[in-house]
Write a protein that binds this ligand. Structure first.
Ligand SMILES: Nc1nc2c(c(=O)[nH]1)N=C([C@H](O)[C@@H](O)CO)CN2
Length: 118
């Protein structure tokens, strides 16, 4: 299995459980690893034969920017669902950082894997 990756995808959005967090936008940062097979694209040199990291990046950004979830867990799961259903992807790893959420930590968040490795 090959990987197309997207690192440090930043989105400003409403996220958090506390009242004050519902009034502001905070930064979420995504690292994505998308399972694929790059063999065909490497032979044809055609974008249509691979995962378009630009299209996926913008789909994730647009979705998260409009969302208003409380937990990072919910955002992670919804983004994983979006990617697996809208693109030809069978496995992914998603790390979601909420930097600055905890004053004594550089970042906090979740990491999930979804789908089947092949
Ligand atoms: N496992 C989680 N713990 C916490 C979350 C969360 O989304 N998942 N969220 C908060 C608050 O919103 C926090 O980020 C405010 O600083 C606390 N714990």
């Amino acid at each position: 299995m090959d990987i197309v990756f997207i690192r440090q995808l930043e989105v400003m959005t409403v996220i958090g459980v506390f009242d004050w967090e519902r009034e502001i936008k905070q930064k979420l940062v995504f690292d994505l690893e998308l399972g694929t097979d790059i063999k065909r694209a490497s032979e044809t040199d055609e974008l249509a034969d691979t995962l378009d990291y630009k299209a996926i990046s913008h789909a994730v950004h647009d979705f998260v920017e409009k969302s208003e979830y409380q937990l990072v867990e919910t955002v992670a799961e919804k983004v994983a669902e979006l990617i697996l259903t809208q693109f030809s992807i069978r496995w992914l790893s998603l790390t979601l950082n909420k930097p600055g959420a905890v004053s004594v930590a550089n970042s906090v968040g979740v990491k999930i894997e979804r789908g089947e490795k092949f």
